[in-house]
Design a protein around this ligand. Structure first.
Ligand SMILES: [Zn+2]
Ligand SMILES: [Zn+2]
Length: 356
């Protein structure tokens, strides 16, 4: 079983495994721990790859739902190696992607059908062990079969699930003009789904660099605007000049408060501003209420997703969404420090942790 050193148990599943574990914020190590045991409704997954995302930086710092000791990793893909007695939906040997957000189904919001707003959310890789380990336990209802989709593409199913929720929230009218600030991996997925859902004209505005180059190469928008750090005001003024009536929908997907603050001025009358980025806890912005009032601007947000993996797989099966080329770098868990640094400095478009 690859690099696993522990003694073998039944069916070739070892007793112990390697995992990247945090004992507290910023304090992590590769440890040898027991392979998780599974309940009657669970599956055990041997992880092939797990996407690395900006949220992992927040977990690194102890933000969000982080609970320690923590094995991060919420974009996991692998093969089912054991199933609980009551599991009928998936079988040993099938390759899957795991939906990391498990609502409690009992709280104030869950019983109203708003599972994404669950007050007791279990997050694999957030407050329970996730995919930066050789094996992970998931409830069977949280894994979706992926056939032979390559692992480095399948790790994008989770962020794509979040993007489909975002699209549902913004509900673009047929023929919409949309401005998307930011074209990281999430922006690239949003762009593809926007084009499939009502958007007639999509503009991507982003700082120049490998992400914007890739977005252009993948032909993800109708126009691309580079906003340089040194010339941001002029670039943004030019964008407004060439779109004097603004856009029906403006999506802020950079996570930069300064961009969010500006983005309200690109929303046309009757339009919608979507807060999609992940911001620092302490970030604050200022908007003129008169602008929001006189323009009748709708401001909405999209946080993550629940129960959207099957929807994404429908787009994948019909080849309407393309994950190829977005993961540009892979690391082993032993290289986590290096990966974190590169993530912080944005040296890759998207990375994934891989296992044997
Ligand atoms: Zn993520
Ligand atoms: Zn709940």
């Amino acid at each position: 079983m690859g690099s696993t050193t522990g003694p073998k148990a039944n069916g070739g599943i070892p007793k112990t495994m390697k995992a990247l574990q945090y004992s507290k914020p910023k304090d992590f190590a590769v440890v040898e721990i027991d392979v998780p045991s599974i309940g009657e409704e669970d599956v055990l997954v041997k992880i092939e790859a797990c996407g690395v995302c900006g949220t992992d930086l927040h977990y690194h710092k102890g933000e969000f739902m982080a609970k320690y000791p923590l094995i991060p990793g919420h974009e996991a893909v692998g093969t089912v190696v054991a199933v609980g007695r009551n599991v009928k939906s998936i079988a040993v040997g099938q390759r899957i992607a795991a939906d990391p957000m498990e609502p409690c189904r009992n709280c104030f919001y869950c019983i109203r059908g708003q599972t994404l707003l669950c007050e007791n959310m279990t997050g694999y890789g957030g407050n329970v062990p996730g995919g930066f380990a050789e094996y992970c336990r998931y409830p069977a209802r949280h894994v979706t079969a992926i056939g032979d989709l390559p692992a480095l593409e399948a790790v994008l199913i989770e962020p794509a699930a979040c993007a489909t929720h975002g699209i549902e929230r913004m509900a673009p009218k047929v023929g919409s003009t949309v401005l998307l600030f930011g074209c990281g991996p999430t922006g690239m997925l949003l762009a593809q789904l926007l084009k499939l859902n009502g958007t007639a004209n999509l503009t991507i505005a982003s700082k120049p660099g490998p992400k914007l180059d890739l977005a252009k190469r993948l032909n993800l928008a109708d126009s691309f605007i580079a906003i340089s750090d040194t010339n941001a005001k002029e670039d943004l003024d030019a964008l407004l000049k060439s779109n004097p009536h603004g856009f029906d929908i403006v999506v802020e997907a950079t996570g930069a408060p300064s961009v969010l603050e500006q983005s309200i001025f690109y929303v046309r009358k009757g339009g919608t501003l979507v807060v999609y980025g992940v911001y620092d806890d302490a970030a604050k912005i200022a908007w003129p209420p008169m602008r929001i009032w006189t323009y009748e601007i709708t401001i909405l947000s999209s946080f993550c997703s629940t129960l959207k993996f099957p929807v994404v797989m429908e787009y994948v099966r019909t080849k309407k969404i393309d994950f190829r080329g977005i993961v540009t770098k892979t690391y082993r868990i032993e290289e986590w420090a290096e990966c974190l640094e590169a993530l912080e400095k944005q040296r890759f478009v998207k990375a994934a942790i891989v296992f044997d």
